[in-house]
Design a protein around this ligand. Structure first.
Ligand SMILES: NC(=O)C1=CN([C@@H]2O[C@H](COP(=O)(O)OP(=O)(O)OC[C@H]3O[C@@H](n4cnc5c(N)ncnc54)[C@H](O)[C@@H]3O)[C@@H](O)[C@H]2O)C=CC1
Ligand SMILES: O=C([O-])CC(=O)C(=O)O
Length: 270
């Protein structure tokens, strides 16, 4: 008989609430025991319809309650959630992957505490192929991200460069650089580039282009990999969530699939 693993979720927004709802409906081998939210009244209302009764706790307390801590909060509070989960030796599943890049010391801390950091594919695709390719030699990895201008609004890089997304009337290349610079400049927009970098050849060598495309209905990511074992190009067009246009609807589903993979008897994909 398989033991159940307990799960806690930090942040009940576009991603966290969807994951929480799905877990509450029932996923074999997983039990939602705690959540954290900024707006307690709103969280209480959202949780009122749940059949389980997850505890509503501060971010740092989640790791005391659950074996798996899923981070679905803004990048600004990433360190609080990650630090506690890793210190307690938990399985830490981050959505704000961009916030992990400047904090790679957490991987060393996890090694010491026995914690694991499991990065879901999120709004992206094909990280199994990228990881396989990276077991051999890889010449280059690039990602082009295309979003409607409103999906990029609020990024610190845009403010630094004086770029007003409201004024974009035709396709515009707003950023070109490596994944580390992209994560710094667009902490809420290019988690996919960070995940790609971690799957493959690292943030310095993974190259990123970000385009603002007026009228674009879907967040589009295209990966190109040139490796000794294979050359591949993959593209995904994600439907933006209604609650947060920066976030694709696939992301909570990817996290759910990732969580299932932590406990399932049959697991598909490397
Ligand atoms: N890995 C991936 O492919 C993707 C990752 N993301 C990232 O995932 C994270 C979550 O994204 P969304 O759910 O779309 O954001 P969201 O803004 O819809 O939700 C975040 C939630 O966290 C809550 N929150 C804020 N401060 C908090 C605090 N101190 N304690 C507890 N809760 C707090 C907010 O009230 C909100 O409900 C973001 O960092 C985003 O950039 C988004 C899309 C794709
Ligand atoms: O949902 C998407 O298309 C990707 C995204 O926002 C991110 O990488 O943070």
């Amino acid at each position: 008989m398989r033991l159940e693993k307990t799960v806690a979720i930090a942040g009940l927004g576009a991603i966290g609430l969807e994951v929480a709802r799905a877990l509450d409906k029932g996923v074999d081998g997983l039990r939602l025991v705690a959540v954290s939210a900024r707006d307690q009244a709103k969280a209480g209302a959202n949780l009122a319809g749940f059949s389980g009764r997850p505890r509503l706790l501060p971010l740092e307390a989640l790791a005391d309650e659950a074996e798996i801590v899923v981070e679905c909060a803004p990048a600004a509070v990433f360190a609080q959630v990650a630090g506690a989960a890793i210190a307690r030796g938990r399985i830490f599943v981050p959505a704000s992957v961009g916030a992990l890049l400047p904090r790679m010391h957490l991987v060393e801390e996890a090694r010491r505490s026995g914690a694991r950091i499991v990065v879901p594919t999120g709004a992206l695709l094909g990280l199994d192929a990228v990881r396989a390719a990276a077991e051999g030699s890889v010449e280059s990895v690039t990602i082009e991200t295309r979003k409607p201008p409103r999906g990029l609004e609020g990024a610190p890089y845009l403010a630094e460069m004086g770029l007003d997304m409201g004024a974009v009337t035709e396709p515009m290349l707003v950023f070109k650089g490596n994944a580390l610079e992209a994560a710094r400049g667009f902490p809420a927009n290019v988690n996919v580039a960070a995940a790609l970098a971690l799957a493959g050849i690292g943030p310095e060598r993974t190259m990123v282009e970000i385009w603002a495309i007026p009228g674009l209905a879907r967040n589009t990511h295209t990966i190109r990999v040139e490796a000794a074992a294979a050359r591949f190009t993959m593209s995904i067009e994600g439907v933006p969530s209604e609650t947060n246009p920066r976030t694709g609807k696939l992301t909570p589903l990817s996290i759910l699939a990732c969580l299932r993979g932590l406990v399932s008897t049959l697991k598909v994909g490397s």
